[in-house]
Design a protein around this ligand. Sequence first.
Ligand code: BDP
Length: 704
Amino acid sequence: MKAIILILLLAATATASVKAEDGYRLWLRYDPLPQTSALLSSRQQITTFFIQGQSPTLAVLSRELSTGLSGLLNKEITITPAAATADIVISKSNNERLGTEGFSIITSTTGRRQIRISANTDVGLLYGAFHFLRLLQTGHPTSNLNITSKPGIRHRILNHWDNLDRYVERGYAGISIFNWHTLPGYIDKRYIDYARANASVGINGTVLTNVNANAYILTPDYLLKVKALADAFRPYGLKVYLTARFSAPMEMGGLKTADPLDADVKAWWNNKAKEIYQLIPDFGGFLVKANSEGQPGPQDYQRTHADGANMLADAVAPYNGIIMWRAFVYSHETPEDRFKQAYNEFKPLDGQFRKNVMVQVKNGPIDFQPREPFSPLFGAMPQTPVLMEFQLTQEYLGQGTHLAYEAPLFKEVLDADTYAKGKGSTVAKVINGSLYDHPLTGIAGVANIGNDINWCSHPFAQANWYALGRLAWNTALSSETIAEEWIKQTWSNNSKVVAVCKQMMLDSRETLVNYMTPLGLHHIMGNGHHYGPLPWGKSLPRADWNPVYYHRADKAGIGFNRTATGSNALAQYTPEAALLWRDSTTCDEKFLLWFHHISWQRPMHSGRSLWEELCYKYNEGVRGVKTMQQQWSSLQQYIDTERFSQVQQLLTIQYNDAVWWRDACLSYFSDISGLAIPAGYERPAQTLDHYKSLQFPYAPGNGK
Ligand code: BDP
């Protein structure tokens, strides 16, 4: 009996030693490091640090280093006034190679052994300190450091689709963290932790408001609120930006027009810019969605996107502001393939934009699908800086409930070759400015952040925020490296946890593609909310909002013919880039139905027919989620109960959703093709009518 009690007690202590966690601390947990030898040496060697100079940024740095080091090394850390006796020395350098945000970290062994973090600016030092803490947290030995690092992209930005009433469009993690009602008087601790998290991964800008913009943000009272946030974020190197509603001069200024060439309109924006910069001298500028999905814009006055962008660019230019003008435009009045519309509108405007305008392009030609070919605009506008827009919030990737690590998606696009200036003209080189020699460069991520206790709803969704920052800093980092860093900081340095989580993360996006949109299917999600399958959807007034527009399945086959015999969207790519997809027999099968209408019977590389391959892929997707469930279960003893159970429950939802996706899509495509699901595969549990009858009137993120 005693023995049993003892065993139970021991088991209880073992579980209790994995501390309860709510995920709030993100990847900045700073729990004591395991006592392995390499780290033990850091522990023994680091007791004091010295910071040269004083500033709000250095004060923030000092706090972070104290908290981080004392937590990680589990001992008292003190600041010393004497550089000579410090274990870590933080000081300014004058090193052109580091630019305005870069840093170096060197373990110096001449004289006293010291770790020296240097940069040309305070914010560079802050980035260096965060990087050093990352090295410690991920178990990197510090005895022989010789690192120099600087960002490859200048503007590394989050786009919040947050409304002033705190509703987040496509938000799955609660309401907005920006509480406009209590600003400017109340500075929520969250604002500070948000800024810390961003600085820790090098994100240096945030657009606070939704692209479907509300002009009210430009009123004097609200600008004071924006100023309060800007002041809170400034020490962290985080600039604020706003979305500009193009019709604001009418709505807020009482003008009769918002025509960008009208003198009064120009004057209104010039004055507005002046007013903003008086309050916020380092205000970043505006992000604009114009003449897209019902938003006002210059075309309302027969002006071009360039006319609109340039008018705003002139207003912010005296203060070094920038305009990020979105290319996400399409119109149902144009019978043209939606794929082609952004390119058709923007390519002819190349060379017409002011120097402080960037055109912001979504990664693919349609809309943040689980897999898209890169947008043909990348590489096609040599005279215009083009900024990449990724979506961290998983609108089409299972939203707040599916585990989908997006770095492989980002990398697939960044590494794609546009051939714009011959082989090796990758999308990464377009956006980091090196291909066409543009100093103005940027990456934006549509934020997946809300006021949920763990910020992003799914514990693994934090990794997408993390990955955006790390890739914006260095597009060459691999998905694997980023995952490994994040896991070690967020979950544990334990090698089993790292290996298993990494595998789960790296496979997750392909698994999701398989159970949602394999072989190049796209946009077959539920109307409006975009959750769950709706391949039969054809009820919306606009053709290009309906799934049947995208998959074009009929008795003969499936897929959208975008070759010369179809919409010829392929002609928007360079011939070399198009080569990858042009011929249906050699087309990369991952993209096949993006570009070709294929007979159900066509043999695939596997030897299976297209129909059989589709069945195979959907089943692979379901199998992939089952595997993730098993992988996660194997980690139970290493993970705190709260987060373990949270992920476990979400994986169950994801599994059920994957089965639903498979069964709904295969039932429908079987009905259309007249082909039965081959023997050996599980049958759909319900009838097609049942799947068609499902309604989700209160699905999140899509209107109130
Ligand atoms: C779509 C979203 C919509 C956004 C739009 C955009 O469904 O809510 O407003 O993109 O990017 O993906 O402007």
